[in-house]
Design a protein around this ligand. Structure first.
Ligand code: GSH
Length: 230
């Protein structure tokens, strides 16, 4: 099966939740990273120059045997299934899905402040998020880790749920979001443990070395300092 993952040239969780399970499970895939020019083209045409459909003009898009599939959650589930990192049991699968959807919610909480141009309003929004919704969500995630009590969100093995949270925490821990403290998740011991445990896996380190080790992405300058521990 030919698998192609299309995203920007950056290690954002929406792509990493698909790329990393495939890499960790030695599944061959095409890690296609678009340029700003490709992005302009796809916005206008709903497709890449080679005709690959980008249904909602947003990324990531997964192409399986020539068929395009959009939406982070749908893509994550497919990559999780292919990689053996998504449970077959319906309840466990639902527990994984609820985490992926929660990471999406956290991402969406941050979106308005990323689009805000007034620096004073932006700062205020970020302070409110840090003291409110973001911390609350970290608390809820911590409770779920506590109730599963294996170190992972679901079952006794790492799933795409753990990878989604790991990557989202790494985004915050980079300190690229002004006025969101990079150590915001530190008081949450189980979340911190999960982050550090995944970061120190040799294959994860290799992936980071291979793909995070650059300072310019195709969407402009962006420094990656995704820490190995928080
Ligand atoms: N609902 C989509 C949202 C994807 C999304 O917001 N992608 C961003 C990049 S992280 C994007 O393509 N932004 C460009 C745009 O929306 O025009 C999903 O779950 O994948």
């Amino acid at each position: 099966m030919h698998i192609k993952l299309i995203y920007f040239d950056m290690p954002f969780w929406r792509a990493e939740v698909a790329r990393l399970p495939l890499f960790l499970s030695n599944i061959e895939f095409e890690d296609f990273r678009i340029t700003s020019d490709d992005n302009r083209y796809l916005k206008e045409h709903g497709a890449l120059r080679d005709g690959t459909s980008i249904p909602f003009r947003q990324l990531p898009v997964l192409v399986l045997e020539g068929q395009s599939i959009a939406q982070t959650g749908a893509i994550a589930r497919i990559c999780g299934k292919v990689s053996g990192m998504y449970p077959e049991d319906m309840i466990e699968a639902g527990r994984v899905d609820q985490i992926i959807d929660t990471v999406t919610d956290i991402n969406e909480l941050l979106n308005p402040s990323m689009l805000e141009n007034d620096p004073t309003i932006k700062k205020q929004m970020r302070i409110e998020l840090s003291n409110g919704a973001l911390t609350q969500y970290f608390g809820y995630l911590e409770e779920l880790l506590k109730s599963n009590n294996s170190g992972w969100f679901v079952g006794n093995e790492m799933t795409i749920a753990d990878i989604a949270v790991w990557s989202m925490l790494g985004w915050i821990a980079q300190g690229v979001l002004d006025d969101i403290p990079k150590d915001l998740s530190k008081p949450f011991k189980r979340l911190t443990h999960l982050y550090n445990d995944i970061s120190k896996q040799p294959d994860v380190r290799e992936w980071k070395k291979m793909t995070y080790a650059y300072e310019k992405s195709s969407i402009g300058e962006y420094n990656y300092h995704v820490p190995d521990s928080i």
